[in-house]
Design a binder for this molecule. Structure first.
Ligand code: EPZ
Length: 426
């Protein structure tokens, strides 16, 4: 297995280009199932999760020409509607094929995604909403078997909790449904907006884009013809690099970033003492030597994102004073705490809240990544730790960060990917 070896205390400088958003590309790739024509996607991030979902579409029979950050997908050749465990267990967002397969083909079998390190991650809200649209849903042998022989019907859906994936599945299901679907308490992340805009570009009438109430008029089973889609910049990757500037007290510039999508992260970094120069397509961070402590509560967009919680915790470790971070979305998203403490942090957990006492120094050590965003937090901490840090199990990182070590070393970090020697040389 690969690991990253990082020698800390290097200042960073220069600029970094932000890649396309993984969490926008995934539902958009799933939405290509709604079409029987070529769909062109550009600005795809070069990350494992994208390759995994494209592989799933190929296994179903789709034809994909994927080169670098672009792909042309044609799902007119799909011959199977079974998303097998081998793929879904690698990437739970594969559950996003459920809505499109069901509404396009009237039946499908999708493996239950199972939990992950950060929580149980149920899909009950997805299934309840599809049943409200007339689907017969059966859970058997670890699979969701869904059927809607006469197609899905428009319905009024009220989500008990705001769910990004649930909203995405139902938007896609509603696009080809018979009649109008209203979704109340819908998620309104930028990824949801881009998905709605893509579906609307094919002529589907959608009202309320960007709000918690969506009204979607289905095409009664008629497949869609999409215009080319350029994936939006990754707001979480952007936030992660801003945290890299803040924690190393370095001024760096982010290119190809959408300020509107990361306002909550910028607002919090400003409260910690950082300043920013915000232009149309770039943001420069001017950090502060004395980082102020911060209080964070994770919540749905446009509030402070749970996907930035671990990265801000790493910055808070170096603050002058005590910070509090409450994780409200996932029940187990503090796996990075014990690893940060191995580097010399002073973090205590009480239920869903972490208390972070700022320290003067961190010291390099061997640490282990446990999930995607936790691994980026460990890399951030390693950038300022004295000495060498080895971050292991970085397959977590490769799922969602496009060339993190390449981009960081271009900014001046001393970071190298190495292969784990299976047998230590005697
Ligand atoms: C998406 O996951 C993102 N993944 C996650 O990013 C992100 O953390 C999450 O939204 C919240 O913003 C992708 O977009 C691929 P949810 P998703 O459904 O859709 C509960 C990353 O690091 N819930 O909004 O799975 C659920 O347990 C990843 O890039 C139910 O109870 O998240 C959680 O507590 C990690 N029943 C809350 O809702 C359901 O049927 C929010 O989950 C569905 C969700």
């Amino acid at each position: 297995m690969d690991y990253l070896e990082i020698v800390g205390c290097q200042k960073l400088s220069g600029s970094v280009k932000i890649s396309g958003a993984k969490n926008s590309a995934l539902p958009i790739i799933a939405a290509t199932i709604l079409s029987d024509k070529d769909v062109t996607l550009t600005n795809l991030p070069n990350v494992v999760d994208i390759r995994t979902l494209l592989k799933l579409l190929t296994m179903l029979g789709g034809e994909i020409k994927h080169h670098d950050t672009s792909a042309i997908i044609n799902n007119n050749t799909i011959i199977s509607t079974k998303a097998v465990y081998e793929i879904v267990s690698q990437m739970r967002a594969s559950i996003l094929v459920l809505g499109p397969l069901l509404t396009r083909f009237g039946e499908c079998e999708v493996s239950l995604p199972g939990g992950c390190a950060i929580g149980q991650r149920p899909i009950d809200l997805h299934l309840k909403a599809l049943e409200a649209m007339g689907a017969n849903i059966e859970i058997k042998g670890g699979y969701v078997k869904a059927e809607a022989k006469d197609g899905l019907k428009g319905a009024k859906i009220i989500f008990d909790k705001i769910t990004v994936g649930g909203t995405e599945n139902i938007i896609m299901a509603a696009a080809l449904a018979h009649g109008t679907t209203t979704i109340l308490n819908a998620a309104k992340e930028p990824e949801i907006v881009q998905l709605c805009e893509m579906i609307a570009s094919a002529g589907v009438k959608i009202e309320g884009i960007g709000t918690n109430e969506l009204i979607i008029e289905g095409t009664c089973g008629k497949p869609l013809e999409f215009k080319p889609v350029e994936i939006i910049p990754d707001r979480i990757e952007a936030g992660t690099y801003l945290c890299a500037g803040a924690i190393t007290n370095s001024s760096i510039t982010l290119e190809k970033v959408n300020y509107q999508h990361i306002r909550s992260s910028i607002d919090k970094l400003e409260s910690m003492g950082c300043n920013f120069d915000i232009k149309d397509n770039s943001i420069t961070i001017y950090p502060t030597k004395n980082i102020k402590p911060v209080n964070l509560i994770t919540t749905e967009y446009p509030g402070f994102p749970t996907d930035m919680q671990a990265q801000f915790m790493a910055v808070a470790v170096m603050a002058e004073g005590e910070s509090l971070i409450e994780e409200r979305l996932f029940e187990n998203r503090f796996m990075h705490v014990s690893e940060l403490n191995r580097l010399g942090a002073d973090i205590w957990l009480k239920g869903s809240t972490a208390a972070i006492k700022g320290v003067d120094k961190l010291y390099g050590a061997d640490v282990m990544a446990t999930d995607l965003r936790a691994s980026s937090a460990l890399v951030l901490a390693a950038l300022v730790a004295e000495g060498t840090t080895k971050v292991r199990r970085i397959y977590h990182l490769d799922r969602g960060y496009d060339d993190l070590e390449g981009k960081l070393s271009k900014l001046g970090a001393n970071i190298v990917r190495k292969k784990e020697l299976l047998f230590k040389k005697s």
